[in-house]
Design a protein. Sequence first.
Length: 85
Amino acid sequence: MGAVEAASAESASQAVVAAVAAETGADPMTLEPLYGVLDPDALDALFAGDESTPTAPPVRVEFTYAGCAVSVTGNGAVDVTELDH
C-alpha cells in the first residue's frame, strides 16, 4: 500500500494520479482519465478548504481508479492499494 502526502501546490486530483502511477509503476500520462471515475474539479474543491477551521468535519473519499483502491483524506494523504487482478 502506498501513501503519499500531496505537495502544497499539488491538487488532490494530481496527487491521486501521481500516487496511482507510483503504486502501479505506470506513466501518469498512460493512466485512464480520472474524470472517467469521478469529477476531478469536485475532488479538488472538496480538499481545497481552509484546514485551520477547527469545526470542519473530517473528510475521506474512497474510490477505485486504474485497478487500485484509492483513499484521499482531509490532511492531504492519498493511500493507494493495487487490487488483485
